[in-house]
Design a protein around this ligand. Structure first.
Ligand code: PMP
Length: 418
C-alpha cells in the first residue's frame, strides 16, 4: 500500500500563481466554451489535487470507523483523523488539541455554542451583542437562543464605508451583556474587523467573544491565543478543504463547563439507563461518526496553504485586490460597495442600474463565476439601502489575468444590458 498522502512536505514554495492554478484541476474547465475564471471563493473555494487525492486514498485504503476499533484499518483511520486535529491546532495557534472540535461547518459551530454555552449561561433579560456585518449564520442562532431564554440581541452599527463603530460598541455593552458574536472578515464587503481591540474591550467587561472566522482563515494568519478569542470557528470548504467539515476552537475552561451539544456514540464515557457520564474533550462535543475523510482532507488543505506560506498568500491576494480596485475606479458605471481601509479578498459592487443577478448571469456566459445577491447578510444590505450586490472574491489561484477577464466581461455586460 502507498503511504497515505496526508502530510505534504513543509517546503516553502515561491508563490507562482500560474503554477498554483495547475494544482486545482477544476480550473481547467471551460464554461460556455470559455476558460473558467472562478471568482466566487467566499462562497466556496476549489480543492487542490492533494486534498482530492487524500480523500480518495482514505476511501480506497483506510475507510473504517474511528476510536473504537481494534483492527488495523480503524487504527489507521483514527491516526489520520486525530492527526488532522493536531494540524488544525497548530494552524490556528491553539494551546491544546482538546480545544479543537470537528463540526459540519461554521454554521453548525455557532449553533453548537449558542445551544450549549448559550442555553446554560444566558438567561432572561441578558443581552448578546453582534454586529451589522454578520452573516445570517451569526445572527439567526443567537435569535433562536434569545427566543428560548428571553435574552435580547444588540447590534454594533457600521459607518457608510462598512467599518464597525467601535465607540458605539463601548456604549452598547453593559452589565447585562453576556456574550459577543463577531465576524473576523465580512463576507459581503471584505471588511477586516479590528478583532484584537474588540476582544480587549469585551474582556474588560468579562464578556466572552465568539469569532466567526469563516472568511478570515483563508486569507489571514490567525492565532487564537494572540487574539485571545474565547471561541473561533470556520468551515473547511472555504479554505480549500472539503464541504461538510468545520472547526470550533474553544478555550478549554469554557468547553469544560459547557454541556454537550448532541447525545450519542463516542461522546460518552459510560452509559446506564439512570445516568450518562460524558467523554473528555474534545469528544464530548463529537457525537456519532464524524466526517472522517473531511477532517483528513481539511488537514491536507491546511498543509497545502502552509507550503504556500500564509503571509505570502495574504500579500499576493492584497496585490490582486488593489489591482482590481484600481481597475474598478476606471469604470465610471461601477459602484464599489464597502470602502473599508482594512479589507480582505472581497469586492462588492453594482454596475450602473443593472440587477446583480443579471450581471452575474451575463458574466457566467463569459466563463466568469461571481456571486450576486444579498450574500446571506440581509440586515447589512438593508443598512446599505440595497437589495443585492455583485461580489467578486479572490483565492490564491486567481491572477491579474482573471481580473482583466472580469473587467472585459463587465464592459461587454454594460454594452449588452446597459
Ligand atoms: N460566516 C461567514 C462570514 C460566511 O461567509 C459563511 C458562509 N458564506 C458562514 C458563516 C457559513 O458558513 P457555512 O455555510 O460553511 O456553514
Amino acid at each position: 500500500m502507498k503511504t497515505p498522502p496526508y502530510n505534504l512536505q513543509e517546503e516553502k514554495m515561491v508563490l507562482d500563481p500560474e503554477k498554483i492554478k495547475k494544482d486545482f484541476p477544476i480550473l481547467n474547465r471551460k464554461i460556455h466554451g470559455k476558460p473558467l475564471v472562478y471568482l466566487d471563493n467566499a462562497a466556496t473555494t476549489q480543492k487542490p489535487l492533494a486534498v482530492i487525492e487524500a480523500i480518495h486514498h482514505y476511501y480506497l485504503n483506510e475507510n473504517s470507523n474511528i476510536h473504537r476499533g481494534v483492527h488495523t484499518l480503524s487504527e489507521q483511520a483514527t491516526l489520520a483523523y486525530e492527526g488532522a486535529r493536531e494540524k488544525i491546532r497548530a494552524f490556528i495557534g491553539a494551546k491544546e488539541t482538546s480545544e479543537i472540535i470537528f463540526v459540519r461547518g461554521a454554521t453548525e459551530g455557532i449553533n453548537l455554542i449558542a445551544q450549549t454555552y448559550g442555553r446554560k449561561f444566558i438567561g432572561s433579560g441578558d443581552e448578546i451583542v453582534i454586529s451589522t456585518l454578520e452573516h445570517h449564520s451569526n445572527i439567526v442562532p443567537w435569535q433562536i437562543l434569545c427566543e428560548q431564554v428571553g435574552a435580547k440581541l444588540r447590534v454594533i452599527p457600521i459607518n457608510d464605508k462598512g467599518e464597525l463603530l467601535i465607540e458605539d460598541l463601548k456604549k452598547i455593552i453593559n452589565a447585562k451583556t453576556k456574550l459577543m458574536g463577531i465576524t473576523h472578515v465580512s463576507n459581503a464587503l471584505g471588511t477586516i474587523v479590528p478583532l484584537k481591540e474588540i476582544i480587549k474591550i469585551a474582556h474588560e467587561q468579562n464578556i466572552p467573544v465568539v469569532v466567526d472566522g469563516a472568511q478570515a482563515i483563508p486569507h489571514l494568519k490567525v492565532n487564537v491565543q494572540e487574539l485571545d478569542a474565547d471561541f473561533y470557528l470556520f468551515s473547511g470548504h472555504k479554505v480549500y478543504g472539503p464541504t461538510g467539515i468545520g472547526v470550533v476552537y474553544g478555550k478549554k475552561n469554557f468547553l469544560e463547563i459547557m454541556p454537550p451539544y448532541q447525545g450519542g456514540g463516542d461522546m460518552i464515557s459510560s452509559v446506564t439507563f439512570e445516568k450518562t457520564e460524558y467523554n473528555i474533550l474534545p469528544f464530548k462535543f463529537e457525537a456519532g461518526t464524524p466526517h472522517i475523510a473531511g477532517a483528513i482532507g481539511l488537514g491536507v488543505a491546511l498543509d497545502y496553504l502552509k507550503t504556500l506560506d500564509l503571509e505570502k498568500v495574504a500579500l499576493y491576494e492584497n496585490e490582486l485586490l488593489s489591482y482590481a480596485l484600481e481597475k474598478s475606479s476606471e469604470m465610471a458605471d461601477l459602484q464599489i460597495i464597502g470602502q473599508s481601509v482594512d479589507r480582505a479578498g472581497v469586492i462588492s459592487f453594482n454596475l450602473a442600474q443593472l440587477h446583480a443577478h443579471d450581471v452575474g448571469t451575463v458574466l457566467d456566459r463569459h466563463g466568469i463565476a461571481i456571486r450576486a445577491g444579498h450574500h446571506c447578510a440581509m440586515p447589512l444590505m438593508k443598512r446599505l439601502g440595497l437589495e443585492a450586490t455583485c461580489r467578486v472574491s479572490f483565492a490564491v489561484y486567481n491572477t491579474k489575468e482573471d481580473v482583466d477577464s472580469l473587467f472585459k466581461a463587465l464592459q461587454k455586460t454594460l454594452e449588452v444590458l446597459g
